[in-house]
Write a new protein. Sequence first.
Length: 221
Amino acid sequence: MALVRFPDPESSTPEGIVAVGGKLDGETLRAAYAQGIFPWPVEGLPLLWFCPPERGVLEFERLHLPRSLRRARRLSTLRFTIDAAFAEVIRACAQTPRPGQPGTWITPQVRSAYSRLHREGMAHSVEAWDGGRLVGGVYGVDAGGAFAAESMFYLQPYASKLALLHLIEHLRGRGLDWLDIQVLTPHMQRLGATAMPRRAFLRRLEQTRARGLRLFPARAP
């Protein structure tokens, strides 16, 4: 099978578009994330593949927990799991309204593609439960020993933030020391995330992948 090849991300458009078109299949997505590229569907346009000039990154040593989040964490009775309800998490993320966005980039095609990645052991989720009710979560992609967080949702205050903290604890335990958040947002800035120039990000990604970290247990066939 031929290896999927993308153009050099450094040759992208000023907005960070690396390529246009292609398929949302496992082979293409694996090749994209290995090169720091991610898909971002835009209604009315062919599929767009991005590697922005500046990348949102959360260094775990710079993680900042506001007082309110520390208190919520201390008092929380939520239960957290990993990969227990991936399909439900990505569906809830798709249904969550986003300020300034009329719709969602998590289309049915994206949900289907990432659910396949989950079955193949590349996409993962963290779930927050209140009893038997799913009230928050986050999902993302294991890019060969680095991790790219894709989206979060919550139905109770702090549920998504606490799910993210659970994910960070898990990744730290596996030897990872940073998280790719793709696009820097005010919410993630408050947690200590910063913008990293693309060239530095791609170098960091390559170095991290070379470590060969196993971030999640191998899934049974």
